[in-house]
Design a protein around this ligand. Structure first.
Ligand code: NAP
Ligand code: SF4
Length: 680
């Protein structure tokens, strides 16, 4: 039956020998759980929730076909019968929920962060300190056999197929591109030689697994690096892969070393759909659209328009495992949207920690963080409707507690109300929408414009009082800090105070960078930034012109900055070092492009009518600016907490920025709120 809400997205996909229940694919996302055999029960629970939530096809995190292909030492494997038992737990869980699952075979090549790394040629990657060894002819043959063995074992483990990872700059990309393939034998040179390895792997895997097993290939449509493949080469490879036996063509954009963002929140939604659409015209097998598709409306539109046959989303299923069921039953307004922050997923993966999700701390912790219905209903007051308070209130109410949420201001969301005003961070408004809806659904009694005192709370008979009152911006002790030129980031982001053309920002943490980007936005350009403008800024050819010979890179359009900005910190380290690993470079690049002068090792001497007087490298300097904006961190606001612990009366709890302002962090705030609520 056709789904009335998303008829294209939720239509089955008939592959001839098997049918997927809908067009929604949970793309591969490394969680870290797949790397240790003792975590497979947790991994199975994680995938079970996503399959139960209605996803049609799941792809596992990357599993290397052999030790040389490990991303990290002792990464996940499926290279012997002894691994089957673990993998069967995963496939059984998904099948019990009516889903299908592919094993992703990922050989990291020179991206491996381990000493055994190999590649097409001995060309070191900028993101690993290990120089790869060029594979010999014998080594290539044994690598192909390792892929075949892994695919066969995947079949025995109950997987419905495999995804062969051929994008993001991993081994197969390294063979495909002249940048990393300097070989002069039959595996290097012209594209027909460079593509020999991926095509041989697909052909021989197909021969080994038979016709009734899905082979998906993730193909890099835009490499976004110098020396990347031209569009004509991309199409030549795709056609050869189809001939070799690929069932479904997935798409990827940008090598990990590319300096063009492809998945962070500032990338416009569905930015690469036109490129997938171009490939679809060339092939007769289904093509999957991917990257920054995070809500069902965009996904439906892509399919309705004929731009793709399936939609891959990975992070959106960390944020909300029930995404598909909600879409299918007309409850899209209840979806917990992935905001593209990377803070708890990819940043964790790159730090070798278990992936989770900033807006859904249960992701990857399904067996450990359980929101069970309570048998002992408690009366709970939560004070402060920022991320920590919202999380605590809605999880507690969802567990069956009687929750009242007090908020001093006119609306919920706390610091997220400021974050969403920063260009490229508009997605943060989705989290406020989600919590607003959760408040209605779980029956939280929301009391806005209520600045409550401890005495008022004490007389209302609460069993628990959760203090989530957040922070106040820190006012640094600088001579002249009360000069009219001085503003706080709250004046700028929340109260929209008019700011002059020349600005000094004191403090280069996340908020200093955010304020910089906010002030550099050209008011003539609409928000969210239109796709064509974004592509121009970063120099991306989204039309995939057939003569575009540099992996989709074109010259960026540089415009004069709208303001002159100085970004300052006292530390001598690189500015932005505290920003996320996978997103910090994007912020730095944006500020550099706009010629922001970034200074470290600064001491602040005084502020007066002339501007900000500083000393750098022992030399005094005057920054003649119209405004100085303080982004110097925060102090906790926790006055509601009693000075002493009492054995009678309500239990007090302190969470979020109010508990630890120096590490004000939405990821910790939401997790703390949820964990506390789950154990009340
Ligand atoms: P932050 O990251 O702690 O940065 C505070 C900045 O103020 C630092 O650059 C610090 O550098 C400076 N500072 C501290 N005390 C000072 C003083 N007394 N006088 C002058 N300068 C001082 O805090 P934030 O920028 O307010 O961010 C708050 C939290 O939100 C952080 O956890 C951050 O990760 C998160 N956030 C992240 C992002 C992002 O990743 N894009 C965006 C927004 C917020 P010096 O001490 O070296 O001068
Ligand atoms: Fe999305 Fe951020 Fe969650 Fe990652 S941590 S899944 S980017 S919301």
């Amino acid at each position: 039956m056709t789904n009335p809400h998303y008829p294209h997205l939720l239509a089955p996909l008939d592959l001839g020998f098997t049918t997927l229940r809908n067009r929604v694919m949970m793309g591969s996302m490394h969680t870290g759980l797949e790397d240790r055999f003792y975590n497979y029960a947790k991994l199975a629970a994680y995938f079970r929730e996503r399959a139960r939530g209605g996803v049609g096809l799941i792809v596992t995190g990357g599993i290397s076909p052999d030790r040389r292909g490990w991303l990290l030492p002792f990464g996940g494997t499926l290279n012997s019968v002894f691994d089957l038992w673990n993998h069967r737990r995963v496939t059984a869980a998904v099948h019990q929920e009516g889903g299908k699952i592919l094993l992703q075979i990922l050989h990291a090549g020179r991206y491996g962060y381990q000493p055994l790394v190999v590649s097409a040629s001995a060309v070191k990657s900028p993101i690993s300190k290990f120089r790869p060894r060029a594979l010999s002819e014998k080594g290539i043959e044994s690598t192909i056999r390792d892929y075949i063995r892994c695919a066969r074992l995947a079949q025995r483990a109950g997987y419905d197929g495999v995804e062969i990872m051929g994008s993001e700059g991993y081994l197969l990309n390294q063979f495909l591109c002249a940048r990393t393939n300097l070989r002069t034998d039959k595996w290097g040179g012209a594209i027909e030689n460079r593509m020999r390895l991926p095509v041989d792997i697909v052909r021989r895997v197909r021969a080994a697994v038979g016709a009734n097993f899905i082979i998906m290939y993730r193909h890099s449509l835009l490499d976004l690096i110098d020396g990347g493949n031209s569009w004509d080469d991309v199409v030549t490879v795709a056609k050869a892969l189809e001939q070799a036996g690929v069932t479904i063509m997935n798409t990827g954009y940008g090598w990990h070393e590319a300096r063009v963002p492809t998945i962070v929140t500032s990338v416009p939604r569905a930015a690469f759909r036109s490129v997938a659409a171009r490939l679809r015209q060339e092939l007769s097998i289904p093509v999957v659209a991917s990257n920054r598709i995070n809500m069902p409306a965009e996904a439906e539109d892509i399919l309705r328009n004929g731009d793709a046959d399936m939609i891959s989303m990975a992070r959106p299923f960390l944020a909300d495992p029930d995404f598909v069921n909600k879409a299918a039953t007309g409850r899209s307004d209840q979806i917990n949207t992935c905001i593209g922050c990377n803070q708890a997923c990819l940043d964790h993966t790159f730090a070798n920690q278990r992936a989770s999700c900033l807006v859904n701390p249960r992701a990857g912790h399904e067996t450990e963080l359980v929101y069970a219905k309570t048998s002992k209903k408690r009366r709970v007051a939560v004070v402060g409707a920022g991320p920590a308070g919202l999380s605590a209130a809605t999880v507690a109410a969802g567990c069956g507690h009687d929750v009242t949420l007090f908020e001093a201001s006119v609306g919920i969301g706390g610091q997220f109300n400021m974050a969403m005003r920063v260009p490229g961070k508009e997605e943060f408004s989705e989290t406020i929408r989600y919590f607003g809806r959760q408040i209605e659904l779980t029956g939280v009694k929301l009391q806005l414009n209520q600045r409550v005192t401890r005495d008022q709370l004490m007389v209302q008979g609460f069993d628990d009082i959760i203090v989530a009152t957040g922070i106040k911006p820190r006012a640094p002790r600088i001579n002249g800090v009360d000069h009219p030129k001085v503003l706080s980031y709250i004046d700028v982001l929340r109260d929209q105070v008019k700011v002059g053309q020349r600005v000094a920002i004191i403090g280069a943490g996340g908020i200093g960078f955010d304020v910089g980007e906010y002030l550099l936005h050209d008011p003539e350009v609409a928000l969210p930034v239109p796709l064509a403008h974004w592509a121009g800024e970063w120099g991306v050819d989204l039309n995939a012109a057939s003569d575009s010979g540099n992996g989709g890179l074109v010259a960026p359009k540089l415009e004069a900055p709208v303001r002159q900005i100085y970004l300052l910190q006292r530390k001598t380290s690189k500015l932005g070092a505290s920003l996320g690993k996978t997103s910090g470079w994007v912020h730095r690049a944006t500020l550099q492009r706009n010629r922001v002068e970034m200074m470290s090792g600064v001491s602040y001497d005084k502020i007066d009518d002339q501007g900000l007087h500083i000393t750098v490298d022992g030399k005094p300097r005057l920054l003649e600016v119209d405004h100085i904006i303080l982004c110097a961190g925060q102090d906790a606001l926790a006055e509601l907490m009693p000075a002493k612990k009492s054995t009678s009366g309500p239990r007090f709890h302190l969470i979020g920025g109010a508990a630890l302002a120096t590490e004000l962090d939405a990821k910790r705030a939401i997790r703390e709120g949820a964990e506390l609520a789950a154990r009340l």
